[in-house]
Ligand binder design. Structure first.
Ligand SMILES: Cc1cc2nc3c(=O)[nH]c(=O)nc-3n(C[C@H](O)[C@H](O)[C@H](O)COP(=O)(O)O)c2cc1C
Length: 324
C-alpha cells in the first residue's frame, strides 16, 4: 500500500509546488507578528492562529482572529478543547467571522494542558477523539483539520488514531513528529511520521525543526511525496526562509540580519498600536530574540545586553549594537 501511495504522490509532487504554512506559536505568531511578517516578506500559503480555548471563551479569545486584523493573510483559526458542544460553539463563532476552516489542536504538550485531556493529552484516547469528531461532523459546515504529535508519551499513539481519523473527511492532518514528552527538543521521528502518513487517507503536512533551506531540501528529497510543510521557529529565526524555499536560493547571513532588523522594527510598530507604554512593548518583543539569536552566532555580547536590558532605551541601544 505504501509503495503504491508513494508512486501516485511522487507523480503529483512533480507538478505541485511545496506549500509552506506558518505554525501557531502562542505568544509569538499572533496578529501583530503575522501583520509584521506579511508586510515585509514572502507570505505563507496558510497561517494557523495560536489556539483559542473552547472552555468558556469570552470575546477576547477571538481578538487574534478578527478579519480586519488579518488582512491579506489566509488564516486558519485553531481551537483547543475536548468537548464537542464547546468546540461547536466556538467554531460557530469562527464561522460567523467568515472562516471556512478550523484546526483542532491535539499537540499542545504542556502538562497543565495534557493532564486535563486537552491537546496532546487526548492522543492516548482514540474513543474520546472519535466521539468529538462524530458530534462535530453531525452538523458542522466548517472544514476541519488536525494538528497533532505522534503521541503523548508513546511514539505509537497515532496507530490507534489513524483508523478513527480515516472515518472522517478531515481537510488535512499536520504532524509534529515528536511525542509531547519531548516538548520541542530532540530528534523529530521521521520514520514515525512516514509510517503514519502511509496509513492516513488525508493529506499530511510535515512539521518540526525546518530551520534552513538545506534542511528543507534534504527532507523533501527523503519525502518527495510530501508537499505541505509547516514552519514555526525557523521562520522567526530566518524570515527569508519561505523565499529561500520558493526560489531555491539561499540568503546571505547579512541579508538575514537585515531581515531580522526590519521584522523587529515592524514588531515594535505593530505592537505599539495596541500596547501602552515602552515597558510593555519591550517585554512583548524581547522574547523573539530567543529565535533571532539562532541566526546571529557572532553577537553573543550584544545579545546578552538585550536579555539584560531593563529600560526601553537600553533595549533599543543593545538591539542597534547587534543589528547595526
Ligand atoms: C512558544 C511556542 C508556542 C506554541 N504554541 C502553539 C499553539 O498555540 N498551537 C499549536 O498547535 N502549536 C503550538 N506550538 C508548536 C508549534 O506550532 C510547532 O509545532 C513546533 O514549534 C514545531 O515546529 P518548528 O520546529 O517549525 O517550530 C508552539 C510552540 C512553541 C515553541
Amino acid at each position: 500500500m505504501w509503495a503504491k501511495k508513494r508512486e501516485v504522490m511522487n507523480a503529483h509532487s512533480i507538478i505541485s509546488k511545496s506549500v509552506i504554512y506558518l505554525a501557531p506559536l502562542q505568544g509569538f505568531t499572533d496578529y501583530s507578528f503575522r501583520q509584521a511578517f506579511c508586510t515585509l516578506f514572502e507570505v505563507p500559503d496558510l497561517a494557523f492562529s495560536p489556539f483559542i480555548e473552547t472552555h468558556k471563551p469570552d470575546h477576547r479569545a477571538y481578538r487574534d482572529v478578527l478579519p480586519d486584523r488579518n488582512k491579506g493573510i489566509s488564516l486558519v483559526p485553531q481551537v483547543l478543547g475536548n468537548n464537542a458542544d464547546e468546540i461547536k460553539q466556538v467554531t460557530l463563532h469562527i464561522n460567523e467571522l467568515g472562516y471556512t476552516q478550523v484546526n483542532w489542536n491535539l499537540g499542545c504538550p504542556y502538562p497543565m494542558v495534557t493532564k486535563k485531556h486537552l491537546g496532546a493529552g487526548l492522543l492516548p484516547y482514540p474513543q474520546q477523539i472519535d466521539t468529538v469528531l462524530n458530534e462535530l461532523y453531525k452538523d458542522t459546515t466548517l472544514q476541519l483539520s488536525i494538528k497533532m504529535r505522534l503521541g503523548l508519551t508513546s511514539p505509537d499513539d497515532w496507530k490507534a488514531l489513524v483508523p478513527v481519523f480515516n472515518r472522517y473527511p478531515l481537510t488535512e492532518v499536520i504532524i509534529h513528529g515528536r511525542t509531547a514528552s519531548q516538548m520541542f527538543n530532540g530528534e523529530v521521528n521521521e520514520s514515525g511520521f512516514l509510517d503514519m502518513i502511509s496509513q492516513l487517507v488525508h493529506p499530511a503536512c510535515y512539521n518540526g525543526n525546518i530551520n534552513s533551506l538545506d534542511n528543507f531540501l534534504s527532507l523533501s528529497q527523503r519525502m518527495p511525496f510530501v508537499s505541505r510543510w509547516m514552519i514555526g521557529r525557523g521562520l522567526i529565526a530566518n524570515p527569508l526562509l519561505i523565499n529561500e524555499i520558493k526560489t531555491n536560493n539561499k540568503a546571505t547571513p547579512q541579508e538575514i540580519k537585515t531581515a531580522i532588523n526590519r521584522l523587529h522594527d515592524q514588531l515594535l510598530y505593530q505592537n505599539s498600536i495596541h500596547l501602552s507604554g515602552d515597558s510593555h512593548l519591550m517585554h512583548k518583543v524581547k522574547p523573539y530574540w530567543e529565535y533571532f539569536a539562532k541566526s546571529l552566532p557572532d553577537c553573543n555580547k550584544g545579545l546578552k545586553k538585550i536579555r539584560k536590558a531593563s529600560t526601553f532605551s537600553a533595549y533599543i541601544n543593545a538591539c542597534k549594537e547587534v543589528l547595526g
